[in-house]
Design a protein around this ligand. Structure first.
Ligand SMILES: NC(=O)c1ccc[n+]([C@@H]2O[C@H](COP(=O)([O-])OP(=O)(O)OC[C@H]3O[C@@H](n4cnc5c(N)ncnc54)[C@H](O)[C@@H]3O)[C@@H](O)[C@H]2O)c1
Length: 338
């Protein structure tokens, strides 16, 4: 083989390798650290058994699926949200599908906005199970309305629930973890806590606030290496989030939820969340493309990110105004991948 041919082959490899990596990235549904942990890291079934896990927002969507997957790992579960009946339904599903007994699951109704109840709720969990290993701050609501048309009560409600409710419960649980020098606080944030989209100004504000608070808290916990904060940033995931979204007024619910099937399967999102928890990852992004790519652009090239989202945002508003699911333009990408 002549040297010239060898050189040509090397040049071809140098060209193809980044291309292959790019194609792999375009099929990725999480950030690379999390995908690495999924491939080479610790398994949830090794790491999370026998733990007491408190899940807020456990009555539907991501929280419900998380309860189901955790019940198969053999943990002690505390299920919280406002609706007792729905929590009892989730408990029954966990008992039917998982390895748990009646006494392993505590249904604990909780309104995240009612901060005065959080201390008592924490004591109830400690009385029942004697410890809290993992608190999953998952409960929350989204928004579908233009900033100028949205009443300040709605913005306040989103801050009370998504931000202050989460901060308050964490402040109740953290002293117990500090005493034991171990524990995990999981925060189900959103890609909307990194980048901003139209129709969700109050929601984005509350999720950005969570990012600021919990990253600051993380820097204050350096003397407690056994306590980890795991910030999870999902993109669009199948759940009741749109159905439950706030609109212009507190009392007005959303008229048309549209098709949600193009979004990431709840089970896949939760599978990646469990891997993040098992590997103590501090920040993870879980999303199909192109939202994942959008987050990278926003994080590393904010000016371009804002420009891009101003363009795409128009489509989001148009879709919403014509009664479609706001993000349904992402369907085209999904079909191409499938
Ligand atoms: N589904 C998505 O596309 C998506 C994307 C990014 C982030 N998230 C986040 O995931 C979390 C779970 O949402 P989901 O998608 O499963 O939606 P969902 O509407 O199906 O579930 C939300 C849960 O929060 C509970 N909740 C609402 N208000 C509450 C209150 N005042 N007190 C206690 N609990 C309350 C609901 O009862 C429900 O159990 C939220 O924090 C949301 O912001 C969701």
């Amino acid at each position: 083989m002549s040297w010239e041919l060898v050189l040509w082959l090397m040049a071809l490899c140098a060209l193809l390798l980044p291309l292959v990596q790019l194609l792999r990235f375009l099929r990725a549904d999480a950030d690379l650290t999390l995908l690495w942990a999924e491939w080479q890291g610790r398994r949830p079934e090794w790491e999370l058994t026998d733990m007491v896990v408190w899940v807020t927002g456990a009555s539907s969507g991501i929280g419900e699926e998380l309860a189901l997957q955790l019940s198969k790992l053999g943990v002690y579960l505390v299920l919280s949200a406002r609706r007792v009946q729905e929590l009892e339904r989730v408990k029954r599903r966990c008992l039917e599908n998982g390895n748990l007994k009646e006494k392993d699951i505590l249904v604990l109704p909780l309104d995240l906005r009612d901060r005065s109840s959080h201390e008592v709720a924490t004591k109830t969990v400690l009385q029942e199970f004697g410890k809290i290993d993992i608190l999953v701050n998952n409960g929350g609501r989204s928004q579908r309305s233009l900033a100028l048309e949205t009443s300040l009560d709605v913005i306040k409600e989103l801050m009370e629930l998504n931000y202050l409710g989460t901060v308050s419960l964490t402040k109740c649980v953290l002293p117990h973890m500090m005493e034991r020098k171990q524990g995990k606080i999981v925060i189900v944030n959103s890609l909307a806590g990194i980048m901003s989209v139209p129709l969700s100004s109050g929601y984005c504000g509350s999720k950005h606030a969570l990012r600021g608070f919990f990253n600051s808290l993380c820097t204050e916990l350096v003397d407690y290496p056994g306590i980890t904060l795991c910030n999870i940033y999902p993109g669009p995931v199948q759940s009741d989030i749109v159905k439950n979204a706030l609109t212009e007024e507190i009392t007005k619910s959303i008229e048309n939820t549209g098709d949600q099937s193009y979004k990431m399967a709840t089970s896949r999102c939760v599978q990646l969340m469990l891997i993040s928890m098992a590997n103590d990852l501090k920040e993870v992004w879980i999303s199909d493309q192109p939202s994942l790519l959008g987050a990278y652009v926003w994080q590393y090239m904010p000016t371009w990110g804002l420009w891009l989202f101003c363009k795409l945002g128009k489509k989001r508003i148009q879709n919403f105004k014509s009664g479609l699911e706001a993000d349904s333009y992402l369907k085209i990408w999904k079909r191409k991948r499938d």
